[in-house]
Design a protein around this ligand. Structure first.
Ligand code: AMP
Length: 300
C-alpha cells in the first residue's frame, strides 16, 4: 500500500552545538517521506520555488518518493531557520519565510488521492481539510502545533473528527485537551475524533494510546551517543510509524506498538546527522538492527 504526505518542503538553516547547516534540504514532508519510503511507496505533495535545487528532487525520486504532486511555483522556496540550545531539547525559531508556501493549496494527483494511507503534515487546518476532501484514504494521520491549537481551534476540531491518528508532543497534548495529566489528555483528544493518540516526549520517548480505553504503550527514546541535529525527528517518527503500518494486514494494537518502535528507530537516525543526511543513507539492515536494539533496551 502507498502513503500520501502533504506538508512543507523547505530550505532549512540550522545551528546546533555541533555545527551549522545553511539552506539544507528540509521540511516536514521531506523528513516524513524519507522515513516512510523505507517501507512503502510515497506520494509527496507540497510546493517549491524556482530556487529549489533540482538535485534534491532527484534525490527524493531515487528513494521511491513520487514527486508528481510537488508543485513548482515562481518565487522562493519556504525557508526556516532554527537554533538549538546547549540542551538540545530546546530550540528557538529565528526566522520563518513562507514564500511560495503562503499561497499553497494542495492539489493531489490521482494516484495520491487513491493512496490508502494519508499523512497531514503540520499546515493550516483549513488546508488539511482541503486534502481530506480530495483523498480516498483508509487511514489518516495528522500533525499539528500550538499555533493552530490557539488560533484556529474550530478548523482543527473539524479535521480531528475525520482522522484516525494524531501525533503531538506533550505540551501540544496538554494545550489541546486543557488538562495536564497525559492519560486524561489522550482520552479527551480521542473524544475529539482520532482513535489513536501518539504523544511524543523528545528524548524521553513516547506514549501510544490505542482505540480501546485500556490500550496504553510506552517506550523510551534510544539513548544516542551524540545528537547532531534533532530537526525533523517528529516527522521522521510519523513517517516510520505510518510507513510500517501501511505494510500491515490490519491496524490492531500489536501493529501499532511495532509502528511506535519503527517510528522511534527512524527518528533516532535523523538525530545523528545534520538535516536528513543520516536518514538518506539508512538501509533495511540498519533499521532491523536498531529495531532489535530497541527490543533489547526495553525487555526485562
Ligand atoms: P520538527 O523538528 O519535527 O518540528 O520539524 C522541523 C521541520 O519543519 C523543518 O524542516 C522545517 O522546515 C519545518 N517547519 C518549521 N516551521 C514550519 C511551519 N510553520 N510550517 C511548516 N513546516 C515548518
Amino acid at each position: 500500500m502507498s502513503i500520501t504526505v502533504v506538508g512543507s518542503v523547505a530550505l532549512d538553516t540550522v545551528e546546533t552545538p555541533s555545527g551549522k547547516n545553511i539552506e539544507g534540504l528540509g521540511g516536514a514532508a521531506v523528513y516524513f517521506s524519507l522515513a516512510a519510503a523505507n517501507f512503502c511507496p510515497v506520494h509527496l505533495v507540497g510546493i517549491i520555488g524556482d530556487d529549489f535545487p533540482e538535485r534534491h528532487v532527484r534525490l527524493l525520486e531515487s528513494k521511491q518518493i513520487n514527486t508528481d504532486g510537488l508543485e513548482r511555483a515562481p518565487g522562493k522556496t519556504f525557508r526556516w531557520t532554527g537554533r538549538y540550545h546547549d540542551d538540545i531539547n530546546e530550540r528557538d525559531t529565528l526566522d520563518t519565510q513562507l514564500n511560495v508556501f503562503a499561497d499553497f493549496h494542495p492539489k493531489l494527483p490521482q494516484a495520491a488521492r487513491e493512496a490508502a494511507f494519508l499523512f497531514l503534515g503540520n499546515i493550516h487546518p483549513s488546508l488539511q481539510r482541503e486534502v481530506l476532501e480530495q483523498s480516498r484514504r483508509r487511514f489518516a494521520g495528522v500533525d499539528t502545533m500550538n499555533l493552530w491549537i490557539n488560533t484556529t481551534p474550530d478548523d482543527l476540531q473539524d479535521v480531528l473528527k475525520r482522522v484516525d491518528a494524531i501525533f503531538v508532543n506533550d505540551s501540544e497534548a496538554r494545550m489541546l485537551s486543557g488538562v495536564h495529566d497525559l492519560r486524561q489528555a489522550a482520552d479527551l483528544i480521542r473524544a475529539m475524533g482520532p482513535g489513536i493518540v501518539v504523544i511524543k516526549k523528545g528524548e524521553h520517548g513516547c506514549l501510544l494510546f490505542g482505540q480501546e480505553a485500556d490500550q496504553v504503550f510506552a517506550i523510551p527514546a534510544l539513548p544516542l551517543e551524540s545528537v547532531a541535529d534533532p530537526t525533523g525527528a517528529g516527522d521522521s517518527f510519523a513517517g516510520g510509524f505510518m510507513g510500517y503500518l501501511a505494510t500491515c494486514e490490519s491496524v490492531d494494537f500489536d501493529a501499532l506498538k511495532r509502528a511506535v518502535v519503527y517510528g522511534s528507530v527512524l527518528a533516532s537516525f535523523t538525530c545523528e546527522a545534520f538535516g536528513p543526511d543520516r536518514l538518506i543513507e539508512v538501509d533495511a539492515d540498519q533499521i532491523a538492527q536498531r529495531y532489535a536494539a530497541f527490543k533489547a533496551l526495553t525487555s526485562f
